[in-house]
Design a protein around this ligand. Structure first.
Ligand SMILES: *[C@@H]1O[C@H](CO)[C@@H](O)[C@H](O)[C@H]1NC(C)=O
Ligand SMILES: *[C@@H]1O[C@H](CO)[C@@H](O)[C@H](O)[C@H]1NC(C)=O
Ligand SMILES: *[C@@H]1O[C@H](CO)[C@@H](O)[C@H](O)[C@H]1NC(C)=O
Ligand SMILES: *[C@@H]1O[C@H](CO)[C@@H](O)[C@H](O)[C@H]1NC(C)=O
Ligand SMILES: *[C@@H]1O[C@H](CO)[C@@H](O)[C@H](O)[C@H]1NC(C)=O
Ligand SMILES: *[C@@H]1O[C@H](CO)[C@@H](O)[C@H](O)[C@H]1NC(C)=O
Length: 390
């Protein structure tokens, strides 16, 4: 009796619960494109152009194009447009680190959104995808690598290589080693260093004539990062270092800092010798498991401590983890990661979706209105991640 009612219940759940599909991903892509500004090639969340957020929008579009030919057809006009327009758009931007280590960004050309009490930074001339922040540069490098992967067009790869050079010039100029977060030299943190590691490791697998050059850089950065103290005893990664002591600042454990490193180690695993690979993957899995244990809500869904008020930067974080867990899963599959990605994607579709397939910041819901290009692209990372590993 009990057994048959359990079977009935299981059958009912199978009928009523929706599994994420490619057509769902296409709907969410169409919604994302409502925020795409053709004249500047950037995705605009509400009123300000998200610079690094747009690099992440571009990445998820490329990742979806890699598994869906309908989106690929549309993406083929987005890639060159963003390539041409975004780097010509003169972005007056200032970033900082706020309460609880939550970063913030202000964009000067969207006055009055630049707060009065903040001095406007000097209007800098467009310099390709370089700006005053090494993490922003790393996001664009990874985006162009994702675009290269799906198009095979080497101008995108060369752009990533030249961004890498700018980041590498910052290496070891800090009192603590590694690279700076910013060109004003105010902070050494996890995100900029993980991105530098990841770009180097990606290039080692993609630039045949310089693969050993990029591999050496990635090995050097990883050796430093591992001994920097930012990975704590619980295998989670704090925000950064205290510049006076060069020790872990115990800053908030953000999901994106648990994510970028996973994709980086998956790439290092392919680039490096077999004997080193075991350690890359086991370290990545320790970090992934600790993040899943520590950064999930009561529903087992990924959750950052800032939710639901994560601002323009924090609303991007979780997708970065999902995307990079997908990369780790492709390098070395585990049933638990596949299930995690699918559960997150299904939760988003069931509980975090508003009118017009807008996806918002709290993945297990309820929907926080309004959504924007940042929350949309971040949630899409989980959807694309789940579809890619299924
Ligand atoms: C696109 O961005 C430009 C530059 O900020 C702005 O002038 C224009 O109004 C935007 N277009 C749309 C459709 O929002
Ligand atoms: C860099 O620091 C200078 C001096 O403190 C400041 O005027 C400028 O706005 C800062 N630039 C950025 C992009 O934060
Ligand atoms: C860095 O550490 C020093 C010495 O412990 C401390 O006085 C300072 O407040 C710390 N700085 C930050 C930004 O936490
Ligand atoms: C960070 O946390 C560790 C472990 O709880 C503690 O030993 C250390 O003193 C903390 N450091 C700072 C700068 O708060
Ligand atoms: C993270 O999860 C691990 C494993 O469940 C646990 O031992 C550790 O205390 C957690 N750390 C934090 C900072 O929550
Ligand atoms: C996008 O939405 C999130 C979640 O509501 C919000 O925290 C963030 O500030 C929004 N971004 C912008 C640029 O308005």
């Amino acid at each position: 009796m009990l057994k048959s009612s359990i079977q009935a219940l299981v059958a009912l759940l199978a009928v009523t619960s929706h599994s994420i599909s490619v057509s769902d991903a296409e709907l969410s892509f169409n919604t994302l494109q409502q925020w795409y500004n053709q004249s500047i090639g950037l995705w605009i969340p509400s009123t300000a152009p998200g610079w690094w957020n747009s690099a992440n929008c571009l990445t998820v579009v490329a990742d979806l194009a890699a598994i869906d030919s309908n989106v690929k057809t549309k993406a083929e006009s987005i890639f060159p447009r963003t390539f041409e327009k975004a780097q010509a758009y003169n972005l007056q931007q200032q970033k900082g680190v706020g309460t609880n280590w939550l970063p913030w960004s202000y964009y000067g050309n969207f006055w009055p959104w630049f707060p009065l009490h903040h001095p406007k930074p000097p209007f800098h001339h467009p310099n390709g995808f370089l700006n005053s922040y090494y993490d922003d540069e790393g996001w664009w490098a990874l985006a162009w690598i994702a675009v290269y992967d799906v198009t095979g067009d080497t101008r995108y790869l060369h752009t990533a290589e030249s961004i890498f050079q700018d980041m590498a010039a910052s290496y070891d100029t800090t009192p603590c080693g590694g690279i700076w977060w910013d060109k004003n030299h105010t902070y050494v943190n996890a995100i900029a260093n993980e991105l530098f590691l990841s770009v180097g490791a990606h290039l080692a697998n993609r630039a045949p004539s310089k693969s050993s050059y990029y591999l050496r850089w990635a090995q050097r950065e990883w050796a430093w990062f591992q001994s920097s103290g930012m990975i704590n005893a619980q295998n989670t990664i704090n925000d950064g270092l205290n510049l006076t002591t060069c020790r872990n600042n115990n800053g908030t454990v953000w999901s994106y800092n648990q994510g970028v490193v996973l994709g980086a180690l998956a790439e290092l695993n392919s680039a490096d010798s077999e004997e080193n690979s075991v350690a890359y993957l086991s370290t990545a899995k320790r970090i992934a498991d600790a993040a899943i244990a520590n950064l999930t809500d009561a529903n087992g869904v990924l959750h950052d401590p800032c939710e639901p008020d994560c601002g323009a930067d924090g609303s991007q974080f979780k997708g970065v983890f999902a995307r990079n867990l997908q990369r780790l899963q492709q390098a070395s599959p585990e049933v638990r990661y596949k299930t995690f990605l699918q559960d997150n994607a299904n939760a988003i579709w069931a509980d975090d979706r508003g009118v017009g397939n807008e996806l918002s910041v709290v993945w297990s819901g309820p929907f926080v209105s309004p959504a924007n290009a940042s929350t949309q692209s971040s949630a899409m990372d989980a959807i694309v991640g789940a579809l890619t590993v299924s």
